[in-house]
Design a protein around this ligand. Structure first.
Ligand code: ATR
Length: 332
């Protein structure tokens, strides 16, 4: 149907590259309807399509989104949001912003002042993210950390999207009336405690290498449900139904010093970390005979889907994206 030597495609930034002599605007739009707003009419009054310059894209054509962190080169968010946008038939631009702490406020303000619509905020800026928001969702306020910023009529909204969608909807876990152990008392734990307690577990125990941090965190969330903070040495008693590893130990292959008694054959173990191969925690949990050992891929995608919903008003389907992401990363 099209000449064999015609070329059309998307480059890594999502810019349309076409070979105008062979493609009329009409043909391109029929073939790639989701790209309609990327196309511009050529000088011959519609006879050809041309590629828009980056500045034109920035200026008018596409709503601007991105992830701000340091470093962000490894981020999978552009891939995920690119797939969401395609699946939802939407045109957006999603870029990486590698910004050091000292420039964070200025760069975020400039992004929104230039018409940017939303940002994901990642390490090490999640607490700083709170400072640039004019309003916080209750879960972000409780977590005292923000992973999503979105433009609203009266300012910038800060939210902290969460993992319960993955636990409940994708994995079918029941949290209500169950004993949950969260390992670690850093920023990642802060982000998940509110949503977990919202599901009314019997108790959430936070265990941390530095017990005082676990105790402080438990005190900060005590108004939301039954919660206690302990050191690893105090982790005796009945096993847990769910264990979530939210330490950064996974990133260095270190296993926190759990007593084996925390795991029973029905225990589900979830590591917020994700990667090509299993984590030290999940390998250990599998050797102890846990029911399921799960990496945090699902949380990554569900958090992104919540951001997308906040920005675009539609929640994208996640199953296909999750499968594509695992395949792309060679995860087993
Ligand atoms: P994040 O924002 O990713 O949670 P963080 O605030 O630095 O990062 O928190 C890291 C968490 O991992 C902390 O709970 C830390 O324990 P401490 O509070 O005692 O520092 C935990 N952690 C890091 N390395 C660990 C290790 N080797 N063994 C056990 N816990 C570890």
């Amino acid at each position: 149907m099209y000449p064999r030597d015609s070329r059309v495609g998307l480059n890594g930034s999502g810019l349309l590259i076409a070979n105008p002599p062979y493609f009329t605007l009409e043909r391109l739009q029929a073939w790639l309807p989701e790209l309609k707003s990327c196309l511009a009419v050529g000088p011959a009054g519609g006879a050809s399509a041309r590629m828009l310059s980056q500045s034109e894209l920035m200026g008018t054509a596409l709503d601007q989104y991105g992830v701000i962190g340091h470093p962000v080169g490894h981020s999978l968010s552009p891939f995920i949001h690119g797939m969401f946008a395609r699946d939802c038939g939407q045109n957006i631009s999603y870029r990486l912003y590698d910004v050091a702490a000292a420039e964070f406020h200025e760069r975020v303000r400039a992004f929104f002042a230039q018409g940017g619509r939303g940002l994901n905020v990642t390490l090490p800026h999640k607490i700083r993210g709170m400072e640039v928001a004019h309003e916080l969702t209750p879960r972000a306020a409780h977590a005292a950390a923000v992973n999503t910023l979105a433009v609203r009529a009266d300012g910038i909204l800060g939210d902290n999207t969460d993992l319960v969608h993955d636990l409940c909807d994708n994995l079918g876990l029941v949290i209500t009336h169950r004993r949950v152990l969260v390992v670690g008392a850093g920023g990642a734990t802060r982000g998940i405690l509110g949503p977990l307690l919202g599901l009314a577990p019997k108790v959430v125990v936070i265990a941390n290498r530095t017990p005082q941090r676990a105790e402080d965190l438990a005190a900060a969330f005590a108004d939301l449900g039954a919660i206690q903070g302990v050191g690893f040495g105090q982790l005796e008693g009945a096993p847990f139904e769910l264990i979530v590893n939210a330490t950064s130990a996974s990133l260095t292959g270190v296993l926190p010093p759990f007593p084996p008694s925390v795991i029973a054959p029905h225990t589900v173990c979830y590591d917020l970390a994700y990667g090509k191969s299993s984590t030290a925690f999940l390998e250990w949990a599998t050797r102890q005979g846990c029911a399921r050992a799960l990496q945090g891929w699902g949380m990554l995608v569900e958090q992104a889907a919540e951001s997308f919903r906040l920005w675009r008003g539609v929640r994208p389907a996640t199953r296909k994206v999750l499968a594509a992401l695992k395949e792309r990363s060679g995860s087993t």
